[in-house]
Design a protein around this ligand. Structure first.
Ligand SMILES: Nc1ncnc2c1ncn2[C@@H]1O[C@H](COP(=O)(O)OP(=O)(O)OP(=O)(O)O)[C@@H](O)[C@H]1O
Length: 299
């Protein structure tokens, strides 16, 4: 049966984690001989706990938290470089990876799903020295998202990001990027670059419908500068999942890319919802890097 660690972020998703702990522990006890529970206290704890669990021979690491906790746990496992399965109960505001795999967003159902779960191959990405499971963004929206407080997230959910993101895009702060994707180089002025591993970005499940979690590819959307008319045309395309066909963006799918900033060196990036590394960015795919517990129907 093996042994596992359960990492709990008590602060995530409006502090619900502790309320589901007993249920989760009971479920994991059915699946593993021994369950070690670790509570995070601050940034970096989930990564450290996952790293240690992998190095101490645990067969699986689970976490309960938002996208930040999922990202940290994956980073810990990736740095440990051991074959360890991963599972999670989504408790955040956005939960892009859960949406991508079809893990129920209702915590009790996500826990119950583990009873008959399948292990699903998951690609992960690497941006500079950080790993990611869902997305990397650079430009106006990440700058704005940095300003979204925990209170706003709890109050408005994903809408908080859209309100701030919309305000930022309206300001149209453009940057000049030099981008190389799989050996092809181009430059483009853009207010926003989005890099996606999953179909769901910032909880928008139809953003990139063609993205599969194990297709060995990363997608990049470089927005060109746009006026009000362009954005009115773009929005229905985003909603219908057809953004790649829009004249207002450059769309690429790739395995490896570099993105340099030509006009300044201090643009904020966002990786899986939290602050990411600085430019230049080197991005690559690690195909089917880890196995994640997901609904059997997904396979
Ligand atoms: N005990 C704690 N108290 C306060 N903050 C914590 C604690 N443990 C971890 N953290 C912080 O919480 C961050 C991650 O939060 P997480 O993303 O999991 O939840 P969330 O913010 O509710 O979800 P989302 O990112 O989807 O909005 C970590 O990066 C860490 O900085």
């Amino acid at each position: 049966m093996g042994i596992c660690t359960l990492i709990v972020n008590p602060s995530s998703g409006g502090e619900q984690a502790t309320g589901y702990l007993d249920l989760m522990r009971a479920q994991l006890s059915e699946m593993f001989e021994e369950v070690t529970v670790k509570d995070t206290k601050k940034q970096g704890d989930a990564e450290q706990f996952a790293y240690e669990a992998a190095n101490h021979g645990h067969n699986a690491v689970f976490c309960m938290g938002g996208d930040g906790t999922v990202n940290e746990t994956i980073n810990g496992l990736a740095y440990a470089g051991k074959t360890v399965s991963f599972g999670f109960v989504p408790l955040g505001t956005v939960n892009d990876l859960a949406r991508a795999i079809g893990i129920p967003l209702e915590p009790e159902q996500a826990i119950a799903m583990l009873e008959n779960a399948a292990l699903i191959d998951l690609d992960i990405g690497k941006v500079n020295d950080r790993y990611f499971v869902s997305n990397v963004a650079a430009g106006a929206i990440p700058e704005a998202v940095e300003g979204v407080s925990a209170e706003e997230k709890t109050k408005y959910g994903p809408l908080a990001y859209f309100i701030e993101g919309g305000k930022a895009l309206a300001k149209q702060t453009m940057h000049r990027f030099r981008i190389t994707v799989d050996g092809e180089t181009f430059t483009q002025e853009s207010p926003l670059i989005l890099i996606a591993l999953t179909n769901s970005i910032a909880s928008f499940e139809s953003f990139m419908p063609q993205a599969k979690v194990d297709d060995g590819k990363i997608r990049m959307v470089v927005f060109k500068g746009f006026n009000l008319l362009d954005s009115m045309k773009l929005l229905p395309k985003i909603i219908r999942g057809e953004i790649k066909n829009s004249d207002s963006v450059i769309y690429k799918s790739f395995k490896q890319a570099t993105i340099a900033l030509e006009d300044s060196d201090s643009l904020i990036t966002n990786v899986d919802g939290d602050k990411g590394p600085s430019f230049p960015l080197k991005i690559e795919i690690l195909p089917s890097f880890i196995k994640v517990y997901g609904p059997a129907a997904f396979v």
